[in-house]
Design a protein around this ligand. Sequence first.
Ligand code: ADP
Ligand code: MG
Length: 703
Amino acid sequence: MSEKFNVEEIFAEDVFTLGKMKEYLPKKVFAEVKNVMENGGELSLATADVVANAMKDWAEEKGATHYTHWFQPLTGVTAEKHDAFVTHPDSEGKMITEFSGKELIKGEPDASSFPSGGLRATFEARGYTAWDITSPAFIKEDATGAILCIPTAFCSYTGEALDKKTPLLRSMEAVSEQALRIVRLFGNTEATKVTASVGPEQEYFLVDRQKYLQRKDLIYAGRTLFGAPAPKGQEMDDHYFGVIRERVGAYMKDLNKELWKLGVTAKTQHNEVAPGQHELAPIYETANIAVDHNQLVMETMKKVAVRHGMACLLHEKPFAGVNGSGKHDNWSLTTDNGVNLLDPGETPNENIQFLLVLACIMKAVDTHADLLRQSASDVGNDHRLGANEAPPAIISMFLGDQLEDVVKQLIETGEAKNCREGGKLETGVSTLPDLTKDATDRNRTSPFAFTGNKFEFRMVGSADSIASPNTTLNAIVAEAFCEAADVLEKADDFDMAVHDLIKEYMTKHQRIIFNGNGYSDEWVAEAERRGLPNIKSMVEAVETLTTDKAVKLFEKFHIFTKAELEAREEVLYETYAKTINIEALTMIDMASKQIIPAVVKYTKTLADTVNAVKEAGADTSVQAALLADTSKYLAEAKAALTKLTEETTKAAAIECIKTQAFAYKDNVKTAMDELRAPVDALEMIVDKEAWPMPSYGDLIFEV
Ligand code: ADP
Ligand code: MG
C-alpha cells in the first residue's frame, strides 16, 4: 500500500507562515511585521532581530542547519548560497547558533558571476539581496540537509535590479496605485490596495532516467536535437486527460506532497496532449508569491522525478513533431475589499467599471503587444510561438461571444443595451441534470483569452520564469489605468466622460480582438492587414524593450530605468547566443562521436553482408540498396557536420552581442537543421540495435 497522509496536516508544514509567526513572535513584534507586510515600510533592526531569532528557532526545530537568501537572477533559475547558523564557540567550546536581523534583511552575495548586462562590471562585484517580506520563508530539504530559504530581491550596489523579482514588485505597486484611482472613481473608498493574482498552469514531460542519461542532448540542452518520429504520435488524442499510468501517478502523488509541505496549493493534475506530457496547476495567489512558487514547482518537479527514476523535462519543445510545453499565466486584479476588477458579473453591459477596465486592457494589450510578446519569449519558446503550434507569435485578445457582442454594441451605438446569456445545456438524458452553460466558449488558440473573471496569457514558455510576463502585464495595464484616471478625475460629468472614454478606447483598439482560429494562415494575413506585430523569434523581440514607448512606460512607473532595460537586452542576446552555442556543440559532439561512428560500423556490416551474400550466389539488391542509401545520408551528415562546425566557430568569434545572437539564429540554427535532417533519415533505416541512443518511441511511450 502506498503511504497515506492528511493534506490539512502537512500543508505548509515547511513554511514560516503568518500563523507560525504569530505563535513564535511576541504580540507587538508580530503586529509590526504584519503592518509592514500589508502596508510596506521597513522593520526596525531590533524587530528584525527578534523575527530572525524566532525564524531560526522554528527552522532548527525542523532540523535546519543553514539559511540562504533565495533569489532569482537573470539566469531564469533560482540562486542560493548557504550559510550555517554557527558562530564562534564560547570560551568553553560550546556552540550557540545565531541568526541576526541584519542577516535576515540583507545579504551580500558576490554578484560578479550573475548576468547583469553590463550594469555591474566585475570589479564592482557588490550585490545585495533584500528580504521580500511578503513572500514567506520556507525550508527546503534535500541531500544538503534542511535549509531555511528567505525569498529576496537582488540589486546592485547602486540599486539597479539584477533579478526578476525587483521589477515585478515595482510593477505590482504601480498597478495597485493606478487601479485604486479607477475604483475610487466608482465610489469605492474602502479599498487600500489592488493585488495582481496569478495562477500558472505548468506543463512538463517525464522520461525514464536511464534513457535520459543515454541522450547527451537531453542532458546538455534539455531537448532532443536529433530524433526520428515514432510510429505513433499524439494523433489518436488518447493521452489528453487519459488514465494516469502507475509510475506517473506515484510521481504526482509525491510531487503534490512535497509542494503542499512548501505551501504550494497544487490543485489540478492531468495528462496533456502529447504522450509523456502532463500538467500541474496550483490555485492562484498574489503575483510575487505565485512567481516564487512556480520556481519551487519547477525545481520540485525535477527533484522528485529523480527519486522515481525519471527525468522531468521542462523545455518548451523537448521533441520535434509532438506538442511542446507552455505555461498558462492566469492573471486578474482584486481589491483588498474583495472586488475582482475582471469579474463582469451577470450583466457585463451594465457593469461600467468592468467595461472601463476591459477597455483599458484592450488599449494596453494593443499598444504594447510587442512587449507582451517579448515577455513570453525565451530560447525554447521559439519552437512553439509561430511554429505551427500553440499560441501564434501574434498577440490578440479573445473575449468570447458575450463580451465581443457587448464591445460591438458599444462601438456601434455607444451603448450596450443587452447581453447574451449562457442559458441551459440540455443533456437529453432524463437522469442527467441540465447544466447551466457559460456565456462564452473556450478558444484554445488565442494567446490572451478572457476566461470568465481573468485573462489567460497562454504564450509563456514552460521553462521560463513567469516574472517577466506578469511584470509586463502589470505595467501596461497600470499605464492604461493612469491615462484613463487622468481624464476621468478631471471630468465635470463623470457618467458622460466614462461612457465616451470606453467607446473611444474600444473603437481605437478593436483590432486587437480576435475570436477565430489563431493557428490559421488566414489569421496571419488578417493580422498583418490590421497592423498587428508578428515578431517571429526571441532575438527579434529583444529590441521592443528599449523603444521610446517602452522606456517611457517603464520609467514612468519606476519599474525599469533605461539602463536596466538596456542591460536586460544584453542579457537576453547573451542567453540566446550561449544556449544555441551549447546546442550546436552538443550536436557536433553527438554526431561525430556517437552517430557517425555507429553508422560507419553499420555500413561495414552491410558491406560484409553484401559480399557474403554475393559469394553465396544470392540476390544482394536489398542489402546493396540499403548500403547505398545509408552511405548517401552518411555523406550528407558528414558535410552538414563540417558546415555546422564552421558556422558555430564563426558565430562564437563575433564580438557585438546582438550581431552574434542573430548569427546563431540565422546561420547556426539553419546549419543545425541541415545536420538533423540526414541523421533523422538514417535513424529510420539503420538497425535499431546499431543506433547509439534511445529513440523517440523509447522515450515518450515507455515511461
Ligand atoms: P482552465 O479551465 O483554464 O484549466 P482553471 O479554472 O482550472 O482553468 O484555472 C486555471 C488557473 O487559473 C488556476 O491556477 C486557477 O487558480 C487560476 N485562476 C482562477 N481564477 C483566477 C483569478 N481570478 N485570477 C487569477 N488566476 C485565477
Ligand atoms: Mg487554462
